[in-house]
Ligand binder design. Sequence first.
Ligand code: SF4
Length: 750
Amino acid sequence: STGRKRDITVADTTCTYCGVGCRFDLYGKDGEVLGVRPADPDQTPANDFSTCVKGKFGYDFVDSDERLTTPLVKEDGEFREASWDEALDVVAERLTEIRDEHGSESLAVTSSSKATNEENFLAQKFARQVLGTPHVDNCTRLCHSSTVAALKETVGYGAMTNRINEDIGETDCYLVTGSNTTESHPVLATRIVQNVRDGADLFVFDPRETTMAEHADQYTRTKPGADIAWLNGMMRHIIEEDRYDAEFVEERTKHFDELKETVEPYTPEVVEEVTDVSPAELRNAAETIADADTCVYGWAMGLTQHSHGTRNALAVANLALLCGHLGKPRSGLSPFRGQNNVQGGGGDMGPIPNTLPGYQSVEDDEVLDKFEEAWGVRPPDEVGLRITEMFSAIPGVEKTVSGGDADDAYGGDDSGGGDSETSDSGSDDSGGGEQERGTDDPSADEGYTPDNTDLHGMYIVGENPAVSEPDLEHAGEALAALDFLVVQELFMTETAKHADVVLPAASMAEKYGTVTNTERRVQLVRPAVESPGEARTDAAILQDLAGRLGFEWEYGSPADVMDEINDLTPIYGGVTYDRLEEKENGLQWPCWDEDHPGTPYLYDEEFNFDDGLARFVPSELPDERLPAGTEAYPFTLTTGRVLYHWHTGSMTRRVRTSMQHVPESFVTVHPEAAERLGVADGEYVRVESEQGDIVVRANVEETSGPDVLFIPMHFVHGAVNRLTKEEFDPTSKIPQYKVTNVRVRPLGGD
Ligand code: SF4
């Protein structure tokens, strides 16, 4: 080949964006990603040949002029360039000072689903071993922590039960709710649409008539936040008509009677009154789903990001159990996870306040003994702060969330479960619970709360809470009030601007490691380009810093980190680099040892509880939290993603294709509402809530009902979280992004 060709690197890797985990060959040269080519279909279990627009064209950010290329230290309010030695010395010194003055618990670490499994493992180890703090969390808190809590209580593992291609792609029936699948998980959506064309039934329940709804046999418009009503209504109808899977319920579940009692009041009439779902639509969907041999229940943040998000996810799990759609191929509970490594890095690797890697409780002495032996330091044994609580634990900042308000009444008086084998493991985001087993205990651990904790220093790896937290004014005040903030990032994000030290990090296109997709499949990422300037991988930075703080980590490669993960994390026991390098379609956990083939779908024989039985955990609609516009703020605002962008936009706002298609934020307004307000398509409007206001362009369209607005979450100008407020699900502390009362004013009006 020519010299020019020889300079090109071809990396067989996994997409950096969503949780589908598409694999392809990434071509790179001189720091620039040249393009993407489909890989061998045998090696692309989630996507065959497909990619979406982000996976294919979303790489301009990698060699953007705005990449951070050198460490920055703030002096007199201004950043100046520094060497790695100087910057890391400052970080080590300040973290030590704060720890000496205020204790380890005054420090917090947030990790990133944009980092590899190995890097997330090291981030939580850095928090627990090096800093000695229990406060470590990540953005999973903001997307599916409520799902994880619900699945742990009902079936045992907080994860998707099934595969993408063989199960989702081949099922007889779908219930998709709270997921704009086509835009958020495009390749997975393609599988669904192909299968629907081949005859599968598709029911979409959603406040927005998404593209997926266009392919549905039945699209039902729902009111934001009222999902439990129609889900319980379906169950009531299925039980009344005797269409449930009695054998499955009898042999594989418990607490059916509590479920029956809880759903009883949800008659078709009540459901219609609460959610606008007609009795005919309710019955049709319920009967088709119940009668289907196989069914996949797909959901995302439309269901989870509510002040009762855990209850929502419980209701879906109850429905799947009632119909016997678990523990077999082509069926299952399918929370569509957002980021490419949110399942692995955000959950499995344990950068969460109540569990060590592999969902092993921080309150279990045997687990702590094991980690102490490996690390020479006993990890903190109490549940730390969740990310959403951290911003209320900074001295001088208003406490907008407090601890101790667990959701102790999902429905029945003892949460529908409540039998005596309750363990003491963490409650909200542990996928497995104590010793990999689920727990019947729905109550959140008290642990640390913003009321009893003062945070003085934060170490943020690749997160952007200054744009992603609800009520940005509060988040900004909190970040500014910290004594010391370190941010490890690709760009000078809104969060990094608050930092005292900014450390330039490598992107996913520049590193070697593993990521775990939404179907629990661990896959490799490989570097296609070198990092710009002096940027380093998150792992290299943390290892260097650990050394400066007295802990010589001796990892020579990510594979060395994985060796430690194998030893300490039973569900990853057999996930080795040798196997992954050889077996390009990855390994799905649980994978207990090197001879274990991995687990394509969960609960084949038993659920993840000591007695092997799934639990119905009935959930009721909390009346007091039903969305209802007020006179002053008559619209309900809901937020979400669009196809061309990604999360807080720090990557995709630097991607030409994305900016050509969606250059700025917008609000969708129904034509009736637009007429009432005197707003024309494309006109700028001011959207106001009790928290704040933003100016965005109006897209007049019929996607939502006349009282519902939608604004994407990807922009700094017109950042939608200036409007959202800090209302949280008591169990998981996920914010209620999906229901905010707002009003709209044409600009210049008033
Ligand atoms: Fe990447 Fe998701 Fe698109 Fe696949 S569907 S290419 S994983 S963003």
